[in-house]
Design a protein around this ligand. Structure first.
Ligand code: UFG
Length: 342
């Protein structure tokens, strides 16, 4: 019988790509999502890609009775990948309590049920935001955790602390926390991808929407950073590569290969790319011009961050393999599909 994995937030951007990779690797997937920032259409995309429609339960993980009922219903559950969370940095500044309540309560409800129903394995969706602006680049998992720049970032730090403390009181608990750098792109089939609500905050959706004519021009936030071309540098990681790391992490937990009850891995490419390089590479691979203008720096932005991926490469046996070119092309193919562009 196939091993059953819960993917919370599984209709969302990274969750849907991970559901695909899990199914492709022979797992059975059940998705829980409240559709706060996604639609059920993702299930159609997952089904078209894999030939399998995962089970889907629509409820809010902050609602404890629903979480308990879920664990009772799916008593075969082997492990959990927990994506479901709010993730908009700016919104978290305006509505911090919304972020603290949602991101912390959902994790606590899951952990209580994991103990009660004896499902002690979790892969947690964390972020390189926990490092702030690291003093040394590339950043390793041992870099100090700096005070968070936003309530969103703080929820990721607090969630990691909750996981650490819970491990002390629940020795059976085994968690792998994956710290993502900047996930971009879409599935090569263009059947699933990112669906930002309203005006995108993130660079690549803004680039693709500008290229598609939905936005007049891209604003590049700053060209006076101490970087080779003056624009800020990030580690852009292909979303399918990222999804595959989750499958590797789940296997590691199921096979009891993890060395401690709470492990951290950086998920990036190991290369920094500037904002201007992203725009130029997009134009080169798609042949579509992106109108942009340089404006002032965005509050809260760091100068540069990219991952040291040695630990993920050596211990997880995972490496990001897709080029920036192919990844940006996948993002454009997804945007074209959404907008009906030939
Ligand atoms: N940028 C622009 N114009 C835009 C959007 C972004 O120039 O319209 C720039 C930003 O200033 C930044 C870079 O593109 O230099 C990347 O910005 P994103 O918003 O795409 O990503 P961030 O690195 O700011 O944020 C991401 C995740 C967060 C996470 C953070 C951790 O979206 O969830 O990484 O560093 F907290």
């Amino acid at each position: 019988m196939k091993e059953l994995i819960l993917v919370t937030g599984g209709t969302g951007y990274i969750g849907s790509h991970t559901a695909v990779e899990l199914i492709n690797e022979g797992y059975e997937v059940v998705i829980v999502d409240n559709l706060a920032n996604s639609t059920v259409d993702s299930l159609d995309g997952i089904e078209k890609i894999t030939g399998v429609r995962p089970a889907f339960e629509q409820f809010d993980l902050c609602d404890k009775p629903n979480v308990e009922a879920f664990f009772r219903k799916y008593s075969r559950l082997k492990a959990i990948i927990h994506f479901a969370a709010y993730k908009a940095v700016g919104e978290s500044v305006d509505q911090p309590l919304k972020y603290y309540r949602n991101n912390l309560v959902s994790l606590m409800n899951l952990l209580e049920c994991m103990e009660q129903f004896k499902v002690p394995l979790m892969v947690f969706s964390s972020s390189c935001t926990v490092y702030g602006q690291p003093k040394e680049l590339p950043v390793t998992e041992n870099a100090p955790i700096l005070p968070a720049e936003s309530p969103y970032g703080n929820t990721k730090q607090i969630c990691e602390e909750i996981l650490r403390d819970s491990g002390c009181s629940m020795p059976a608990l085994q968690v792998i926390s994956l710290r993502y750098f900047n996930p971009i792109g879409a599935h090569p089939s263009a059947l699933i991808g990112e669906l930002p609500q309203g005006i995108p905050d993130n660079l690549v959706p803004f680039v693709t929407q500008t290229a598609a004519g939905l936005r007049g021009e891209l604003k590049i936030f700053g060209d006076d950073y101490p970087t080779p071309d003056g624009s800020a540098v990030r580690d852009y990681i292909n979303v399918t590569d990222l999804a595959k790391a989750h499958v590797t992490a789940i296997r590691r937990l199921l096979d009891q290969k993890n060395e401690t009850g709470l492990e951290f891995f950086n998920l990036g490419t190991g290369h920094g790319t500037s904002v201007l390089e992203v725009v130029k590479t997009f134009e080169k691979v798609t042949g579509v011009p992106v109108h942009y203008k340089v404006v002032g720096r965005r509050a809260g932005d760091i100068v540069a961050v990219w991952a040291d991926t040695t630990k993920a490469n050596q211990v997880l046996g995972w490496k990001a393999g897709t080029s920036l070119e192919d990844t940006l092309l996948s993002a454009w193919n997804w945007e074209k599909k959404l907008r009906g562009i030939q």
